[in-house]
Each structure stands twice: as C-alpha cells, then as structure tokens.
Design a protein around this ligand. Sequence first.
Ligand SMILES: NC(=O)c1ccc[n+]([C@@H]2O[C@H](COP(=O)([O-])OP(=O)(O)OC[C@H]3O[C@@H](n4cnc5c(N)ncnc54)[C@H](OP(=O)(O)O)[C@@H]3O)[C@@H](O)[C@H]2O)c1
Length: 491
Amino acid sequence: MAAALSADDYRVRFVVPGPAMRRVQTDRYEADLESPESLAELHRLLVAADDAPVGAVFNFLGLSEPFCHAGWPAADAPLAVSLWTFNVVKEFESDLRTSAEEGGGWFINLTSLGGKFGVDSERKAALTAAPTIGIAKTLLRENPKLVVKSIDVDAGLAPASLAAQLLAELAAGDPLVEVGLSRQGRWQLKLEKDPVQHDASDLVLEPGSVVLVTGGAYGVTADVAKALAERWQPRLVLVGRSPLPGPEPSEVAGKTPAELRRHLLAAAKSSGQRVVPADIERQIARLLKDRQIRANVEACRAAGAEVEYLALDVRDAGALSGLLDDLYARYGRIDGVVHGAGIVEDKRIRDKTADSFANVFRTKVTSATVLAEKLRPEGLKFLVFFSSVSGRFGNAGQVDYSAANEFLNKLANYLDARWPGKVVAMNWGPWDGGMVTDELRRMYATVGFDMIPIDVGVQYFTREIERSRRRSAEVVVSGSVERMLAMGHAE
Ligand SMILES: NC(=O)c1ccc[n+]([C@@H]2O[C@H](COP(=O)([O-])OP(=O)(O)OC[C@H]3O[C@@H](n4cnc5c(N)ncnc54)[C@H](OP(=O)(O)O)[C@@H]3O)[C@@H](O)[C@H]2O)c1
C-alpha cells in the first residue's frame, strides 16, 4: 500500500508503537501511543518534516500484533487498542479537518473479523480491535466532512491482493463507511427490517432458574428485570454499584423533589452548614435513586421472584468473576444473563480524556469479557447485552460508548455462533426512561427522534429472548431508524 501511495506522490510515514517517541529512519517513527505527549511530539515532527498537516491516517493496529489474533481477547487488550486508536484520532483530528478542505481528511480503520465484520460466524474473527469500528463511526459523526472508512478484512487474504482491494476501495470514492473485504470480494453490512412475527418460543425458565441482571435494580434494565419476574418468577440476581438502600427515612419519605429540596436546605441551614446547591442536588438524586431501587426490588419480589441484590462494580473483573463462581457454587446453574450495566460521560473526542474513555468502556467491555469467560454455555439459555444505536451508527459525543457497544455487538455474533443458547446484542435507541435525561428528551424532540416507550422496549426484549429461530445476533430497536440513517452516513 505504501509503495502504491508513494508512487502516487503521497508522502507515507510509518508509526509503530514503542516505549517513547523517536525517529527510527527518515519515514519511520516509534511513539508511545498510550501517551498524548508522545503523540503530540510525533505530530510536531511530522508537520515540521513535511510542512503540511497530516492528510490521512490509516489505522492498521487491528491487523497488528498483539491485537490481530483470532478469537478471544486477552483481558485488557480491547481497551489498549481502543485507547491507542482514540489517542491517535484525538491528536490528528484537527489536521484531518484542515486536510478535508482540500480533498484529504481520511481516516481508514482496519479490523480483522473475517471480512464480514464477524457476521459470518464460521470465519476466524479477531475480536480485540472491534471497538475501533465504533471510534471510526463516531469520528465521522463529529466530523461529517472527513472521509472515514472502517474496513474489515479476511486475514487469509494475501497481502498483495488485500493491498490492491484496499487501494481500489479508496479510489472508488464510494461513501460507504463499513466495508468488508474477503476472498469473495467487497461486502456491505445492511440493516434488515424485522418482519415482526412472534416465533414459537422454546424458552422455558422453570422455578429455581437463576437469572443475573447487571444494572438490574435501576433504569431500563430494572424494567426488564420486572418483566422477567412477572413472566417466570426466577431467582433474580441484581447487580449495581449502589449499596442496597435500607428503609426510606421517615423525614423524607414520599416527598417530591421540590419538597426534598426545601427539606434538605432547611436541614442544612438549621445545622449551620454552608449550603452548596450541587451537594443538595446530589443528595436529592441519591434519595430518588434509592427510592427507585427499593421499589424495583420490591416489585420483582411481589411478582413472585426470589431477589438478591448485590452491590458490585462490574468493572472489577475479580469481583464479577467471584460472583459468577459463587452463583455456580450455590445454585449449580445460571440460566440467563442480561448485561445492562452501562454509563455515559458524553464529550466530543477533542474534549474527552483517556480516563473517562476507560471508565465508560470498562463498564461494558471488561465485564462482558468476564461473562464470556466464566459463564458455562451448556446451561445458559440466554445472554443479552444491552448495546446502543451509538454502537451501530456512531454518535457525536460518545466515542467511548460507541466503541464499547460495538465490542458487545461483535462479541454477541461470536458467542451466538458458538454457544447453544441465544446470545444477542440489543442496539437500543433512546428509551423514554433510564439514562435519558430531560435535556436529552428535548434534544431528541428537536431532531425528531421518537423514544421507545418503556412497555414497548420491554416487549421487544421479551420477544427477542423468546425467539427460537436463529437470526442476527445484532438487533437494532429504535423509534427512528430511518431518521438516524438519514442523518448519518450512507448505508
Ligand atoms: N436508556 C436508554 O435510552 C438506552 C439506550 C441505549 C442503550 N441503553 C443501555 O441500556 C443499559 C441501561 O441503561 P439505562 O438507561 O437504564 O441507564 P441508567 O438508568 O443510568 O442505569 C444504569 C444501570 O447500570 C448500573 N451500573 C452502572 N455502572 C455500573 C458498574 N460499574 N457496575 C455495576 N452496575 C453499574 C447502574 O447502577 P449503579 O449506579 O447503582 O451502579 C444502573 O442500575 C445501559 O447499558 C445502556 O447503555 C440505554
């Protein structure tokens, strides 16, 4: 590729990961891709050497050691390749924007999931770099004038043939973002409309079944947990970081947010404390969240489920792994898992820190890799990942969340093809609940996105786990799919 590009008068510079920034040869550099300072130094050198902004970045990390191996990612490898890619994108984004004005501004991301993004399950798929697909799509969402492509290749292609196909793809000027290249040629991912039939279900959760629901005491995952309780009365194991709240203190019981505010302000003043409005708001949010957790746990019990609530941070791989061991030791089974734990810390790529990226990412990905590692597939009837349209389409302000959800999508494909039970990643559009704040509601209304009513979302969830017929493990449920497609890139 480099030879062909050089022959076309492009100046090609190679960067490989290393312990620190150094120029190895005229056109070869090493940089510590984990360090923004190292990348900034690389950037200064490149611009000084060529007296021009960088016009294109090709990200070959997904085809390189140690991220290119088929199958299972080593524990922190998805985060490492994602942070390296994020740091590179963040450092060179402004150059790409400048170059886009003159026909450049390309970001070409490569992965090795078999040439069809892992959808054709028989092929060998290197899952580790799957999150970089979400990074690429979000970069485009934040910079619609760039040329962004996420190209998934079959690692079995001969290098010369792969290079020729890549060059042809770049020369074609086709705006398709997600492109697969394999021995069968060029391939495109397409959303297929669901015929919305209710297939005969073969899902049976007999009494004593154990269902683990991460994030299941609060938010939209709690609505799904309540539906599971009503439908099957299983043993529900709900997990969240919040400590299990005790009974609501009588002085705040039943108070509305406005009444709570008045009460807390009065209490702070009478005790002579300095009143900090942000602290008062935090206390109100906590009281309301505890109220919700209590009500959700009680509703599951009232529906006939045995409920255990465990305060555990799913980013802690050891703790989550210990919980799974403990459940198998106590009950000898885990019949179903809903992985709903997730957070957002929205900021554009240029403003986002690596720490925040890791925080959002690990909530979904570290935990998902532990689940995939420790669950015993032979007894598992379903594993549902709560993913997001942000993973499918990318979303401005959500580079980390998009990357994490793309990993869940590709992991679902991988596991569903190999496990006897059902594994599915549900790419939800915004629900009318959970992490969707009033501010977001107003924003969605402005851009014309319909939100998913809670009961409708729950129905789609139940229908999905009850479906016996195998179909895609990547499912999109959203009120405004066409609108999302229209606002984004051509697919
Ligand atoms: N609501 C939507 O519109 C929407 C759309 C697309 C996708 N989703 C996905 O659906 C899931 C639920 O979203 P939501 O809207 O219900 O969010 P939410 O209201 O903020 O609830 C998130 C849940 O995850 C738990 N959680 C977060 N970090 C955790 C951690 N490190 N360890 C254990 N539990 C953790 C939270 O409990 P604690 O705070 O107690 O830890 C809470 O129960 C997420 O995965 C989200 O990405 C939601």
